[in-house]
Design a protein around this ligand. Sequence first.
Ligand code: OAD
Ligand code: ZN
Length: 249
Amino acid sequence: MTVRPSRADVARAAELIRDAEHVCFFSGAGMSAESGIPTFRDGLTGLWENYRPEDLATPEGWHRDPDLVWGWYRDRATRLRTVQPNAGHQAIAELGRRMRADGRRVSIVTQNVDDLHERAGSMVDAHLHGSLLGPRCEFCPYRGEPDLSLAAVRPSCPKCSSSLRPNVVWFGEVLPENEWTAASAAIEGCSLLVIIGTSGVVHPAAGLPMLAAEAGTPIVEVNPVRSALTDLATVHLPSTAAAALPDII
Ligand code: OAD
Ligand code: ZN
């Protein structure tokens, strides 16, 4: 039985968006679910169901078996090439175009490592957990081209010959400073925060919406079920990204 948002809640969310000078979208894996990308806590699917994310998305897992970890991220980057942005990504990009035409602002802070917001035409202010596309060197500032993430054999750095690694944040690693700064500025500066598709359990990223709540900024959440952030929401729409976002935008 799927719960649907009330017409009143949809109208309230649409009104908040209409009246906002700066809307910030904070997205998680649920944003990309309807594009066919499995979320994290929906369990690993396909080839990887015999592994735990902790074995694959940690520095320990990487040092234990870098080729296995490289292959997991390569498979995810390859799969990303076969999927498309969904109606939720498109709606956010359309709102961005409209609000920019009015001299208003849309910002996007995502925990996702895919490029679906960008491929829908949005500019992303912060990828808090990095990106599947474009590996980086373990020891020097070298950053590879997006397609290098699809290399079948783990490549070495052309600058210093060290190993290249996925440019994503692993459990226990610090988030990129510049991404964190951009994300905090967008969330502190927005006049409406829209949270989409995150369980809100992975910190420090999940702590960012609290900055908006503490500033008294209204918060809309789109998630079929309650999350750890739902208590912060002015309006919770129990719906999906591809269904709710076109409705309220
Ligand atoms: P999760 O898998 O923890 O949560 C996904 C959320 O999306 C859940 O609350 C679902 O109810 C919701 N959801 C599922 N389908 C949806 C849909 N179609 N529309 C809207 N919501 C939907 O993913 P995240 O919260 O993004 O970090 O996980 C946060 C971080 O944990 C990830 O960035 C990753 C992971 O470890 C790193 O890799 C460092
Ligand atoms: Zn290097």
